[in-house]
Design a protein around this ligand. Structure first.
Ligand SMILES: *[C@@H]1O[C@H](CO)[C@@H](O)[C@H](O)[C@H]1NC(C)=O
Ligand SMILES: *[C@@H]1O[C@H](CO)[C@@H](O)[C@H](O)[C@H]1NC(C)=O
Ligand SMILES: *[C@@H]1O[C@H](CO)[C@@H](O)[C@H](O)[C@H]1NC(C)=O
Ligand SMILES: *[C@@H]1O[C@H](CO)[C@@H](O)[C@H](O)[C@H]1NC(C)=O
Ligand SMILES: *[C@@H]1O[C@H](CO)[C@@H](O)[C@H](O)[C@H]1NC(C)=O
Ligand SMILES: *[C@@H]1O[C@H](CO)[C@@H](O)[C@H](O)[C@H]1NC(C)=O
Length: 391
């Protein structure tokens, strides 16, 4: 066991050399890193068909002026739906809400982390943290990290693609694989879906202090982890997060059954709160006791008291960035040295990290080519440790 932990740490430190912080979406720096979808939900930001929400997506200035977008007293970002305007008796009422689209694009070789205290839920509420290839959906793919509707209790992860991308039942995941075909025309666009525990969504998530989601897209495919608050790995908020130490992913779409370079183009991150869009209308069951139909609750302001994200940070790490746009949090390149120490029958592998003297540009340009080297070094070391341990 000791051996395993030590090796996991070592592997993590070698992997970490390849990723650098590209952006930290947090505090007041959060707001200007996004474009804002403005207006109704008939079409989306890219001109695709919209989701038929009873919603008015507002611009940034209006949202900040109305306190739909602000930094709260503990420094977390709030992104919320209007829960103070009544539309009762107004047949043409639509509710103000937000859809944020990242200015940066996500490509293979990227790790995205979101740590949130609270995520939106409630009847008519459809929150999502997702990624899309944009125009001509789904030709450049869609990745859903956070999504469900109404009073659902479990988060769902999924991909939506053109024909030929499948989830695999052959890889280990901690979530429940519900459907394997990612093709948007299969099963009314259900996607290749993995569902998670009741701590991952809605009141279960909020009552547990929230948690963190991480998505790693690289040569292995697309992997997603969810960590409830108390089990967030210590390295998650640091400049050197190491996915290899995080254990079995919650969802994993391996490259062997979905060629992500073929089915996914550069992705725009989207954070939004839809109101009575088609998904919420179609899956109204959890709110059937509250009102006959979704549109009945839209005018009632208090319906939306829980329709907010409280976000500590969203970080984007990339293997192809040359440095952070926020210099104070730029990752320091590290070199790793290894010593083996034999103590009784237990072997300890001691990993020492020291700041590299290599210029950061050189360091980052090493990229993923290091991966194969790291693996072979690791394989050799593993053999060494086993040998030492039998002494
Ligand atoms: C929709 O949002 C815009 C800001 O983007 C705002 O000016 C307008 O008043 C809103 N519409 C309604 C009906 O509230
Ligand atoms: C009814 O709602 C619409 C859209 O939200 C808004 O523009 C309009 O001012 C409201 N009418 C009244 C009388 O409040
Ligand atoms: C799947 O995508 C195609 C291409 O955009 C579209 O024509 C079709 O309606 C979509 N099917 C579903 C069920 O979303
Ligand atoms: C990003 O910002 C948050 C909030 O200030 C901080 O806790 C976190 O450590 C930062 N992440 C990195 C990698 O700098
Ligand atoms: C809106 O929701 C927030 C967060 O739940 C709550 O603190 C606030 O009291 C609500 N506003 C109104 C007008 O009820
Ligand atoms: C980044 O990672 C991707 C996917 O693993 C890889 O294809 C690409 O070559 C890497 N880029 C660099 C600059 O290392």
């Amino acid at each position: 066991m000791m051996r395993f932990i030590a090796l996991a740490t070592l592997f993590g430190s070698t992997l970490a050399q390849q990723m650098q912080l590209a952006n930290n979406y947090s505090g007041s720096a959060f707001f200007d890193l996004w474009n804002y979808k403005v207006g109704n939900d008939v079409t989306d930001f890219f001109g695709n068909a919209g989701n038929e929400g009873v919603v008015n997506y507002t611009d940034q200035a209006f949202a900040q002026q109305q306190n739909l977008l602000f930094v709260n007293s503990v420094g977390n970002v709030i992104v919320k739906t209007d829960n103070f305007t009544s539309g009762v008796g107004n047949a043409s009422f639509v509710r103000n809400s937000l859809q944020l689209l990242s200015k940066e694009q996500i490509t293979p070789g990227t790790l995205v982390i979101m740590d949130a205290i609270h995520m939106p839920f409630g009847c008519a509420v459809w929150p999502a943290f997702w990624f899309t290839g944009g125009a001509n959906w789904p030709s450049l793919g869609e990745i859903d990290i956070v999504e469900n509707v109404n009073l659902a209790t479990n988060n769902a992860y999924s991909l939506h693609t053109t024909d030929g991308c499948m989830a695999s039942s052959q890889v280990a995941i901690t979530g429940d694989l519900v459907s394997t075909d990612c093709f948007n025309a299969t099963a009314f666009d259900e996607g290749c879906k993995v569902t998670d525990s009741t701590l991952s969504y809605g009141s279960g998530f909020a009552n547990n202090g929230g948690g963190a989601f991480a998505m790693l897209w690289n040569d292995a495919g697309i992997q997603i982890w969810f960590f409830p608050r108390s089990s967030i790995p210590a390295d998650l908020p640091t400049p050197n997060p190491n996915p290899s130490g995080w254990g079995t992913p919650t969802a994993f779409y391996p490259e062997s059954t979905c060629d992500t370079t073929k089915f996914f183009g550069p992705q725009t991150m989207i954070l939004d709160i839809n109101v009575c869009g088609n998904f919420a209308v179609d899956v109204w069951t959890t709110c059937a006791a509250v009102a006959p139909q979704c549109t009945d609750v839209v005018p009632i302001a208090s319906t939306f008291d829980d329709a907010y994200f409280e976000i500590r940070y969203i970080t984007v790490f990339s293997n192809s960035t040359t440095g952070s746009s926020t210099p104070s949090t730029t990752a320091t390149p590290v070199t790793t040295s290894i010593e083996s120490v034999i103590s009784g029958s237990t072997t300890f592998v001691v990993v020492t990290q020291t700041p590299s003297t290599t210029p950061s540009g050189t360091s980052s340009s090493m990229g993923y080519s290091l991966h194969a080297i790291s693996l072979s070094v690791l394989a050799g070391l593993f053999g060494l440790v086993l040998t030492l341990n039998t002494m």
